[in-house]
Structures are given as C-alpha cells and as structure tokens.
Design a protein. Structure first.
Length: 262
C-alpha cells in the first residue's frame, strides 16, 4: 500500500483552508500512485486553538467529513485526518479514516491525553483498538502520545493490525519519539507504523516534523525533515508476512507472566 504522509500544520483555526490544502495534497498523492493519505493530529483545525475547540469541533459525520469523502472519491485515495470530534457535550481528539469510495471506515478517539492543554479540552476515548480493512491490509488508528505506551501498540499487534496510522503533534524536545521509539514499536510488534507530524510553531508549541513510516524490520522507509512535506513509502504485505515468520516476538510471549500489567 503506497502511503503518503502529509507533514503540515495547515492554517490555524480554518477548516475551510485546511480542507482545500488536503484536497491539493490528495491530488499530489494520487499522481504519485498513493493508495492512502495520512494527515497529522487535529489537522482540520490546527492544534493550538485553545478555547475555540468547542466552537470548531464537528461530528464524525459532519460537513468536513462529507467534504473529505468527496476529496477521497475525486482522487481515488483513502484519507486519514485528525480533528476535534463533537459528540453531544463532549469533545474528543479524534482521527477518522475515509475510504477511496467515500465510506467512513473507522473513527478513533485518543485514549491517552497529553498535558494540561489536552486534558482541559478533551474527553479521553475508551476504545484502545480501532481497525478497518483497506487494500488487503488491516489498518489501525492511534494518535500521538498513544504510541508511547507499549501496551497500546501491543494490543494492536495481538488484534492483527498490519499498518498503524499515528497522526501526531510531536513537540520539541521529544523528537526522539519519531527518531527512535516509532521504529522500535514497529519492530517489536511486527507491523508498519506511519507517524505523521505537524511542523513549526503554534502558540506555545513547537512541532518537530520528522514524520516517518517504519517497517517491521525497524527501518524507516521514509523520513521527512523539519518543514512542510509530502513524503511517500510502501507498506508491503508480503514483506510483513515474511518478517512475522522470521521474528518470534509475538509467538514467544508468555502472557501468564504479565498479569500484573493489568
């Protein structure tokens, strides 16, 4: 599955501008033969929107979701994007995956909220593993801080996730997560991990870029720099199957020894 990683912070507070930019990125991704385009955490609105979060939040089936579905159909690519999701009085930090036919395939709510900013404005999700079938692969969804919890990613591995999409808003000085943690997560769980970051400064936050797609061998298939970029890499089911056959991590587990983790 050829995957496009959109490393961008878009336009703070303007869903319309970010939808337009996403459409342009989808066109470029399609021209490059991509099957899937992944945008960062809270791409639809920007991250540092503070008290505007309730005003800018939308339902999972809202107007922006409909617009992105049209973009997906127009360009023939699946799209995963971060956004603030309104559900009644609650707002979640969410990522939604829309298929190339415009169908809403999966919606995940961030389970591990980072810092006072997120805990003050969002409700944590309660479903750790959210997946969808896409292009013959089982695709899982997660957001930023979630991937830093090994139990979280292992739950995806045990559920059969092949490609884990992780829209993120990774800040300075935590760039070691993109550089080191993500490739290790991919290796120890025998999956592909697409980690797609924001860039530049928003208010008090400085995002470090370094978006990557890491393979089950722990090798980065692509690595963005510190600026706005659209980078590409392939998630190969045949290579994944061979890697899982050769690497015994999951089959050598002894779950009875780990009861204290729960």
């Amino acid at each position: 599955m050829r995957t496009a990683l959109l490393q961008s912070s878009g336009t703070l507070g303007s869903a319309d501008a970010n939808l337009k930019a996403l459409d342009e990125a989808a066109a470029r991704a399609a021209d490059a033969g991509a099957d899937l385009l992944v945008a960062p955490e809270l791409y639809l609105t920007g991250y540092a929107i503070g008290d505007d979060i309730p005003r800018l939040a939308e339902a999972a089936d809202g107007a922006s979701a409909a617009a992105i579905a049209e973009t997906a159909v127009r360009h023939g690519v699946a799209i995963a994007y971060g956004y603030p999701e309104r559900d009644g009085e609650r707002v979640f930090n969410s990522v939604q995956l829309i298929g190339p036919d415009g169908a809403r395939l999966a919606n995940y709510r961030k389970t591990h909220l980072f810092g006072c900013f997120e805990r003050d404005h969002f409700t944590p999700g309660e479903q750790a593993v959210v997946q969808a079938e896409l292009g013959g692969m089982r695709v899982g969804l997660m957001i930023c801080y979630d991937v830093e919890f090994p139990e979280n990613v292992r739950a995806h591995a045990l559920a059969g996730t092949d490609l884990l999409l992780v829209p993120t808003a990774q800040m300075h000085p935590f760039q070691f997560v993109a550089e080191s943690v993500v490739p290790v997560r991919a290796f120890e769980n025998q999956m592909y991990v697409a980690y797609v970051n924001r860039v530049g400064r928003e208010g008090e936050f400085e995002f470090v870029g370094l978006s990557t797609l890491a393979g089950p061998d722990g090798v980065a298939r692509t690595r963005a720099g510190r600026g706005e970029q659209l980078v590409f890499a392939d998630a190969d089911p045949a290579f994944l199957a061979a890697s899982r056959q050769a690497n015994p991590y999951l089959s050598d587990r002894r779950p009875g020894l780990y009861a204290s983790l729960a």
